[in-house]
Ligand binder design. Structure first.
Ligand code: NAG
Ligand code: NAG
Ligand code: NAG
Ligand code: NAG
Ligand code: NAG
Ligand code: NAG
Ligand code: NAG
Ligand code: NAG
Length: 906
């Protein structure tokens, strides 16, 4: 799996934050007087963990920890002495610096950056002389446990852009008497005085309002004197973020001026409301009706710096307005995973600094504006999974010379460009699934010689794979051409040594499923046998590949998922599959594989899914399936020619959730140990329908995460489903009562066997059953009363048995139509016979026979529906493993399924 992760590495790199490096490599030696000043400063500092160990006179002070010198003048310009934060409180406390701050620091005349935050100065005041660092631009004294009055001398720092005096929640010792000095800090962009006592600071509002460059203002828990009623207009036109929480400012209706703050993105007014809710740290939902984002923003999820704005997964709705274009400095904009609707505003083209744009997973509609093509700096764009439509032309990409990643999957966009178009970009990752690109293979791709991943699935391509494709296919790590009508054979590259495959050895994912490809896989799988392929995922499902499956799997040792279902393969399943130690999922369904399952498969101990359904396999079901493949979650041998008994060893499969042995020639009895299938004993508590909605949201969030994430998701989906199907065999004997302890089962199908005896009386314990088919057996006795407890039951078929007496009355059981019960001696609604006759109490053999004849009128619609339910379920699940697209299909399918189940069956 490690290999697959690289595919999305680009994404991860872009999301990671930039890390500032404090110790510059200065090629200049430090100035002696400044070194002495620093050594003097060190003498006053209490440093328990010896963080300033490098501060010794033998060493050039520009090399000391926390010191940055100007690389031209060698003056000390930055002092970084913030304490790191540890997980353990003790470590945290110990590493903090304290003591006295020597005025010798004043010798650092060129100091522009001073960070003493997160230390413990035990309540000493902020030194007045800090007001004399004339070059200072950045001053961070937050969480440093200074006390007393904040010196007004700081007002001399006219170059200051960043001032953070954020106090400590538990150590509120700093206060301010008046704030006049602030008004001279005309360059100030960021100011935090949170947890500084401002209760004496009358007329505080005009002071802040007069700071022309202010972008961020934090005044939480400052005991601000309420004077909001005095505020009529504000002039904080550049303000981006404002927090006023925890001040008891009272009536919010007086805060209408907030709506005049046109650029506000972050607003924290929590605990302002004096009622009980106000006590909770609750984030205020504000309607930003005059803002760039029309809609409601639960503020807590906002994170931004001046260059980056992230509102990822904020339950944001509403739409984007043209004011979006105002964020000219924005380099990264992330609005992913919300419910933003409407169209992308034309002003998006004005985001001239933008490098990364994330609009994925929203409800954006309409065209992608042509102005998109003006984003000269954009490198990374992810607009996948919206409802964007319309036609894109060359203009949409005109100036995107730096575009290296375009994820636009899942939008029905049409690309209409000249066949000879050469894009201005050289991309690495293109994910254009669901676009309309066909019918010809898009020729412009041939220019993308640095491409590493390509997804043009479901894009209406109906040609063959062109020769030029090998221009770059040989360097691809990820290739998805699925769901097109591509025909012909998998290409090969002719060479002296014979045909070579047109993929590289480092391709990790290949999906050619749902096309019209044909021919043998021999060249593809077997050429260059000396080379090891890194592929982890191979999907060739639903094509016309034919012949025997070549026995060349030893060169593909990293495969985790193989999907070859729905092709025309014949012959034996090759032995060499047994060498695949990483294999988790093997799908060979719907081919013509024959003979026995090769014993070598017992070596694939990582297998979780084994799908051999709808083939011509025969022999016994081997007991090693039970003890050599302990991780199996799904085992389907459906519709083959297996004979003999169901081996008891299968009961050891603790993780098995789907066991489908239907449509074979199995005989003997159902193993009593079946209650050991513990994964079927437990179930998720949620009702199925609710889960789907939840999962849907969940999956969307993870849609572009690495493969590992997807495997995880698939686990979670599987948690929903538990199915047992032994139908259409010759199983005999009783239904063991032990089966009813499989409380988690959703579908149980034992139909068309030779089962005798009674339906276990506590069948009602299987409360999650949604489908129960016991039809066409020889079951006797009455329908157990407990069955009326099965409130999720959507499909029930008890027809064609020898059941007698009245159908127990319950809303559920009476809601099925008569076809669920025909072919028995049952009476009561929904059957026409209303149980008045005595012979229902003691049914006579004769009568039963007569009824049996009548009972032949089984509802075939119903039977095939039920069958469709589990088979359909099966085929969907089997292909669910990796692909995002499959997940969507799966959910659509489930929705349909539910519709079917609810409307046809009930
Ligand atoms: C500093 O950088 C220069 C050139 O980049 C390099 O030659 C030198 O070794 C570096 N010095 C240290 C101490 O890292
Ligand atoms: C000196 O520092 C400036 C800004 O920090 C940087 O742009 C420049 O490249 C540096 N020069 C050398 C020679 O390292
Ligand atoms: C200021 O210091 C605090 C506490 O160490 C830190 O959380 C914050 O990020 C610093 N500010 C900046 C802009 O680095
Ligand atoms: C602040 O600057 C004024 C002149 O601009 C000066 O007189 C005063 O001494 C300075 N205060 C401090 C603390 O540096
Ligand atoms: C804030 O200052 C005022 C007046 O100096 C005082 O009454 C109040 O107790 C202070 N608040 C805190 C939390 O120390
Ligand atoms: C608001 O600020 C701008 C400059 O930032 C200034 O030109 C304008 O006069 C101010 N308006 C008021 C009412 O203070
Ligand atoms: C493309 O970018 C250039 C340079 O930034 C600019 O002059 C030109 O107008 C842009 N063209 C379009 C169509 O955006
Ligand atoms: C199965 O694995 C064992 C040990 O790992 C090995 O000796 C044996 O040859 C393998 N069998 C097959 C068929 O690969």
């Amino acid at each position: 799996m490690g290999q697959l992760i690289y595919v999305f590495l680009g994404f991860l790199i872009l999301t990671s934050v930039s890390i500032s490096i404090c110790n510059g490599n200065s090629s200049v030696a430090c100035i002696e007087s400044e070194k002495e000043a620093l050594l003097k400063f060190k003498q006053g500092i209490v440093d328990h963990t010896n963080r300033m160990a490098t501060w010794i006179s033998d060493v050039d002070c520009c090399r000391w920890t926390g010191i940055v010198c100007d690389n031209m003048t060698s003056h000390v310009i930055e002092l970084h002495l913030r304490s790191p934060t540890f997980d353990y409180y003790d470590a945290d406390e110990k590493s903090k610096l304290g003591g006295k701050i020597s005025p010798s620091l004043l010798h650092l005349k060129h100091l522009s950056y001073l960070d003493l935050s997160n230390n413990d100065f035990k309540g000493i005041p902020i030194p007045k002389f800090f007001g004399s660092f004339g070059s200072l631009r950045y001053l961070n004294l937050s969480y440093a446990k200074f006390g007393g009055e904040v010196p007004h001398h700081l007002g001399n720092l006219s170059n200051l852009k960043y001032l953070n005096l954020h106090g400590d929640k538990f150590f509120r010792a700093m206060y301010v008497k008046n704030l006049h000095w602030l008004s001279s800090l005309s360059s100030l962009e960021h100011l935090s005085l949170s947890f500084v006592n401002l209760s004496k600071a009358s007329n505080w509002f005009p002071t802040f309002s007069a700071l022309p460059s202010l972008v961020e203002l934090h005044l939480s828990h400052c005991q601000l004197p309420p004077q909001l009623h005095l505020i009529t207009s504000v002039n904080l036109s550049s303000l981006f973020a404002l927090s006023l929480s925890g001040n008891g400012l009272g009536n919010l209706s007086m805060m209408n001026w907030v709506f005049d703050l046109n650029n506000l993105i972050y607003l924290d007014l929590s605990s302002q409301i004096s009622s009980a809710i106000g006590k909770m740290n609750f984030a205020f939902n504000l309607d930003f009706s005059s803002n760039s984002f029309q809609g409601k923003i639960p503020i807590r999820c906002v994170s931004y710096t001046l260059e980056s704005l992230s509102l990822h997964n904020c339950q944001l709705y509403g739409h984007l307005t043209n004011k979006l274009g105002n964020f000219k400095n924005l380099r990264k904009l992330d609005l992913s995973d919300n419910s933003i609707s409407g169209s992308i505003p034309i002003s998006i083209g004005e985001l001239s600094s933008l490098k990364a744009l994330y609009l994925l997973q929203n409800n954006l509609k309409g065209n992608l504006p042509e102005s998109f093509g003006q984003l000269v700096n954009v490198e990374y764009v992810d607009i996948s999974n919206n409802f964007l439509e319309g036609t894109l032309s060359e203009a949409h990409f005109f100036n995107l010379t730096k575009l290296s990643t375009l994820y636009a999957y899942g939008n029905p966009l049409t690309l209409d460009v000249d066949p000879s178009w050469i894009p201005p970009f050289q991309s690495h990752h293109l994910c254009l699934g669901y676009w309309h690109l066909g019918p010809q293979f898009p020729h412009w791709l041939s220019s993308q010689t640095y491409l590493r991943s390509l997804d043009i699935s479901n894009s209406g391509i109906s040609s063959t794979i062109p020769c030029w494709f090998s221009n770059f296919s040989l360097q691809l790590e990820y290739l998805d051409l699925s769901d097109n009508q591509i025909h012909g054979q998998i290409p090969v590259i002719p060479s002296f040594e014979g045909p070579l495959p047109w993929i590289s050895s480092f391709l990790t994912l290949l999906d050619l499923s749902n096309n019209n490809l044909s021919g043998s896989l021999f060249n593809f799988l077997c050429s260059r046998m000396d080379e090891t392929m890194e592929m982890g995922f191979l999907n060739l499902e639903n094509n016309f590949f034919s012949g025997e499956l070549p026995n060349c799997w030893t060169k593909w040792p990293y495969l985790e998922v193989i999907v070859l279902g729905d092709n025309k393969f014949i012959g034996k399943i090759p032995n060499s599959i047994g060498t695949l130690q990483s294999l988790r999922s093997l799908h060979l369904r719907k081919n013509n594989f024959s003979r026995e399952i090769p014993v070598s498969i017992r070596n694939c101990t990582a297998l979780e899914i084994l799908d051999f359904g709808e083939n011509e396999l025969d022999g016994n079901i081997s007991s090693w399936l039970g003890y050599n493949l302990p991780n199996l979650k799904i085992l389907s041998l459906h519709s083959n020619k297996f004979s003999g008994h169901i081996p008891k060893e299968l009961c050891a499969l603790n993780f098995l959730q789907i066991l489908d042995l239907g449509h074979n020639n199995l005989s003997g009895s159902l193993p009593r140990c079946i209650s050991n299938l513990s994964a079927m004993v437990y179930s998720t508590n949620d009702s199925f329908g609710n889960n789907i909605k939840y999962k849907f949201g969940y999956f969307i969030e993870n849609a572009f995460l690495v493969m590992k994430g997807q495997i995880l998701e698939y686990d979670m989906t599987l948690n929903l489903v538990r199915i047992l199907d032994f139908s259409y065999n010759s199983l005999s004997g009783n239904i063991p009562w032990e089966i009813t302890s499989l409380h988690g089962l959703q579908s149980l199908n034992l139909s068309h066997n030779l089962l005798i005896g009674r339906i276990p009386s506590n069948i009602g314990d299987m409360i999650f059953l949604e489908s129960l088919d016991l039809s066409a057996n020889k079951l006797l006795g009455s329908i157990p009363q407990s069955m009326s407890k099965l409130s999720f039951l959507n499909c029930l078929n008890l027809s064609d048995n020898q059941l007698t007496r009245a159908i127990p009355s319950s809303t559920q059981l009476q809601s099925f139509d008569a076809s669920s019960y025909v072919g028995n001696q049952l009476c009561g609604f929904p059957l026409a016979d209303n149980c008045s006759e005595i012979n229902h109490v003691v049914p006579s053999t004769r009568n039963r026979k007569g009824k049996d004849m009548d009972g032949l009128e089984v509802s075939w619609l119903f039977v095939s529906m039920t069958l469709g339910f589990s088979v359909g379920f099966w085929s969907v699940l089997s292909s669910l493993v990796i692909s995002r697209r499959w997940r969507y299909a799966y959910y659509q399918y489930l929705d349909e399924m539910w519709w079917k189940v609810n409307h046809l069956c009930v």
